[in-house]
Design a protein around this ligand. Sequence first.
Ligand code: FRU
Length: 508
Amino acid sequence: VLRLPGFPAPSIHSQRAYDPEENFTARWTRADALQLRAMSDPDAPAGANSMPPEYSMPEIPQDFPILTEPDGTQVWVWDTWTLTDAVSDQLSFKGWEVIFALTADPNAGYTFDARHTHARLGFFYRKADVPAEQRPENGGWIYGGLVFPDGAAGAIFEDQTFTTVTEWSGSTRLMDGNKLRLFYTAVAFYRNANDEDIKPADPRIVQTEGRIFADENGVWMTGFRDQHQLLVPDGTYYQTKEQNPFVNFRDPFTFEDPAHPGKTYMVFEGNTGGQRGAVTCTAADLGYRDGDAYAEDPATVTANGANFQMANVGLAVAENKALTQWRFLPPILSGNCVNDQTERPQIYLENGKYYLFTISHRSTFARGPGVDSTDPRFWYMDGPDGVYGFVGNGIRSDFQPLNEGSGLALGNPTNLAYGIGTSAAPAEGQSPYTFQAYSHYVMPNGLVESFIDAIGNPDVRRGGTLAPTVHLSIAGASAVVDRSYGDGGLGAYGDIPANKVQPVDPAP
Ligand code: FRU
């Protein structure tokens, strides 16, 4: 991989494991994230990817197929996940594969970009054990409908004057027999007729229990009426909506750690606690090695407003078997003064190593209010939309960012010399694939699923459907796209296979 001169060295990270209860938070530092720009080819022409192909998702053709309802109309899907067990294996149920997705109705009068405040959890199923090449091109998922009864997700909010409550990501554990524990984010929005917040949005991590059933004709679910509020930010480790009306607090993912049997942990997306703008960038957030000629000074970085971007990955531990009571632990990773969002975090175990994967956006990198927001020549922190990955020796570790110390595991093809624009209208000169996919989730064996957002520039085709699955070869501190997988690296659309069969209890 090409590495330009003129950039600092990445921080030193030992990968050393700490007890999950200990107060140690690994940092994705500015020195680390600058490796992203150091790897960007300044000679890449307009429209071309400037990032290394090893770390870039292959280009998805613009004539992709879409997922539909049984009558052929499209149902928009974005963040997607499967039935999982305690160690993130993906389970089939009675011969069916099942996925959960955030969904919205394309015919309800709002655009795909306005979907977030209308998100409802839906599910799809398809027969297990069918090779990808024998399935329909769109993956063959059958829409099963919404998961929750109408109105169920709003019940936990004391202030019932919300305009909408959305059901955001999410993970689903299949427990004994056919019991499901669904972990998700309920967000209450309080808006006026112009769709502006009159009170800050209120995100909470919630669990609800249901049952799954299947026969030879398909899959259905019941329950999900009672909602258990699990976590609201504490203001110390995790920023509250009072401290920041734009706070990010969502996307619970639960798992057991073989090193701590009998306990269940959760990772989630958070922001560093404290009043927005009042917490300063520290030398540790910057992470420069002693004597690095390219080191910045924390006071200047703070004065430039980088401290408005304060992502973290949170950790919590369950206090009861029903997983309805949880206790916050300190975050396992922060991206203070680097990026504001580390979304849909997950822990992935392989070869005795603990990988933390999380998705992030180019637009949420730290730039500061004084910086020209359209001209990348003035951006110090930069990197593509996609998956970022970190490796350590435990769930709490001094995590080392993958791939040249940068953290980039799988980015959309992007030219960092050109601006961003939006999914609906990418910036001039930008790669037509810069918004091609998002909300990637790393599945067992390094397979990665995601959804299609927007492909083309300037003629954009929007997605709202499942992307082709890709394969990452993950080893040590590297994760590389396997271009021998599928068609030049692109597998089948919506290929989200179960890798394990749920043992079904004999009838009582
Ligand atoms: C990622 C994400 C999640 C959130 C959802 C809302 O795509 O931002 O963090 O749960 O989308 O639509």
